[in-house]
Design a binder for this molecule. Sequence first.
Ligand code: MN
Ligand code: MN
Length: 343
Amino acid sequence: MDQDKLNALRATYENSSGDDVSGKFAKVIEAVYDAPGERSLPYAGIPTLLDTPIAESAAGLDVALLGAPMDLGVTNRPGARFGPRALRAIERVGPYNHVLDVVPTSELRCADIGDVPFRSRYSLEESLEDIEAFVHDVVGAGAKPLTAGGDHSISYPILKAVGSDRANGPVGLLHIDAHCDTQGAFDGSKFHHGAPFRLATLDGVIDPERTVQVGIRGSAEFAWEFSYAAGMTVIHIEDFAAAGVDAVIEQCRGVLGEGPVYVSIDVDGIDPAFTPGTGTPEVGGLTPREVQALLHGMAGMEVVGGDVVEVAPQYDPSTNTAHVAAQMMFEVLSLMALGPVAQ
Ligand code: MN
Ligand code: MN
């Protein structure tokens, strides 16, 4: 570098502050600086989902972030009831999404409205009713729900609230998971975490022909006949690997089409090397980068709700599982910011 250029750099930057930033990053600076020259502490204060403000209800919001700390639907290892708290403890996710070039928390009125109030810690059926009622109020207020689970059984009552309240009928579904979660009843319950998308289809709140399930693998293949019978698109992990992410994006966009889409992300869809903190891990899964790329490929879709489920933090002392889950929640929020906003 010649001396003139160095002198020019010194003149501009030698005494400038870290928040002396203009253009599109002004909104980022607003979010991460408390006052001129003073950044807020990421590890202090009351933790919330994606560091959003706290709100009493969804009134006046575009997106309501909420927790559903309930894991009465698991078929194996419990612990996803601790998922929302684990996600709230994660910091430094966002506020700027450099791939989608958006600061979703600036574009959307969004807040953490807390956890679903459950009547009983013992009853799966009552808990699902509680979730439906809570999310029904969110949707009724004109906000989109973005939920931290909880096990995957929570998606059924959420979809009942989202899919039945919309003028345009059943919603499309982008579902990332090792499991199709379309199994029938066993051990006396049809509401377990391996069943929400069978139930939502039968209730007419998701359109199976606008449903794509990505990352499928593992020992439960025998249980997914319903997905094929209903006309869902099932993309196994080996097909994903063979086709590549760009081709899968094309396929997903083709299946999901133009209408409203709900995004449901089970962290066990990702390889347990990245997300070991989950109840039913399956070896040989997606990388977080692949899931991010897939989600980025959905930009422009009308995402009407989403969830990130099955974070059971006690199996992951590294906290990486919760970190990955919070990042995915941020990616879904970014998609909501790019799509049409609820009025
Ligand atoms: Mn699942
Ligand atoms: Mn799963």
